[in-house]
Design a protein around this ligand. Structure first.
Ligand code: CA
Length: 220
C-alpha cells in the first residue's frame, strides 16, 4: 500500500517507516501539517497515518480539510494524547481508526491491513485466486498448498495485482505502490519483479497488456 506518514517525532517516524516498509508498503514520511496537505494534494495515497500534535498545522485541522474536500482516503490517527475527548474529536473529524502512543508495530501493521481490506470492500483477510493463496498477515503465498518464497517487493506486487480483480495496473501505478519518495527505482524494476514472480509461480499468472500494464487473468 502507498502510505503517507505524518509524524514530527523522529524516533517514532523512523520506526514506523522502517516497520511498514518491511511489511512491503511504500511509506512517504512528512513531519508537519502543511507538508502533509501538499503531499495529499499531489499524490494518490491509500492510507494516511496522522499524528495530531504537529508543527505548522494541527492534525485535526488537516483532517477536517481532507474530509471537507471530499477525500475519502482512510485515516488512522497516531497520538500521544490519551484523553478520550481527543480520540472522539479525531473520529468525529473523519478518522477511521486510532492508536495511542506508545503502540506496538505489529498492532499498527494489523490495523493497516484491516483498513486496506475495508477500503477494498474485502471481507476475507486471505486473498485466494484459484490455486493461489496470499495471506497478508503471515506474508505467505501458497500455490496448490505449497509455500512459495517471495521477496517483500514481489509479495507487494502480487498482492496489488490480485486485489485488482483482473483489472490491469500500469508501470507507474505499480511503482507508486512499491516505492516511496527517495527510493531508487531502476527503470526496469517492475519487469524484474514480474519476471521473478513468473519464474516462481509459472508464466500464466501475470499477463501483460501492451501499453497498458499487467494483470492477473480471471481464469489463471
Ligand atoms: Ca507530535
Amino acid at each position: 500500500m502507498r502510505i503517507l506518514l505524518v509524524e514530527d517525532d523522529p524516533m517514532v517516524g523512523a520506526a514506523v517507516q522502517r516497520g511498514l516498509r518491511q511489511e512491503g508498503h511504500a511509506v512517504d514520511w512528512v513531519q508537519d501539517g502543511v507538508a502533509a496537505g501538499l503531499a495529499l494534494a499531489d499524490h494518490p495515497f491509500e492510507l494516511v497515518l496522522l499524528d495530531l500534535g504537529l508543527p505548522r498545522r494541527d492534525g485535526l485541522s488537516l483532517l477536517g480539510e481532507i474530509r471537507a474536500g471530499g477525500n475519502t482516503v482512510p485515516v488512522l490517527i497516531l497520538t500521544a494524547r490519551d484523553a478520550v475527548s481527543d480520540r472522539i474529536a479525531g473520529l468525529d473529524a473523519g478518522a477511521d481508526d486510532y492508536l495511542v502512543k506508545p503502540f506496538d508495530l505489529d498492532e499498527l501493521a494489523a490495523r493497516v491491513r484491516a483498513l486496506g481490506r475495508r477500503q477494498r470492500g474485502q471481507a476475507d483477510p486471505v486473498v485466494a485466486h484459484g490455486r493461489l493463496v496470499l495471506d497478508p498477515a503471515a506474508h505467505a503465498v501458497a500455490l496448490d498448498g505449497e509455500p512459495v518464497r517471495l521477496s517483500a517487493r514481489e509479495f507487494a506486487l502480487l498482492q496489488a495485482l490480485l486485489e485488482q480483480g483482473g483489472k490491469p495496473l500500469s508501470r507507474s501505478q505499480l511503482e507508486d505502490r512499491l516505492y516511496g519518495w527517495g527510493e531508487e527505482v531502476e527503470s526496469n524494476a517492475i519487469e524484474v519483479h514480474i519476471h521473478a514472480l513468473r519464474r516462481k509461480l509459472g508464466s500464466g499468472w501475470i499477463r501483460n497488456l501492451r501499453g497498458v500494464g499487467w494483470f492477473v487473468p480471471e481464469d489463471a
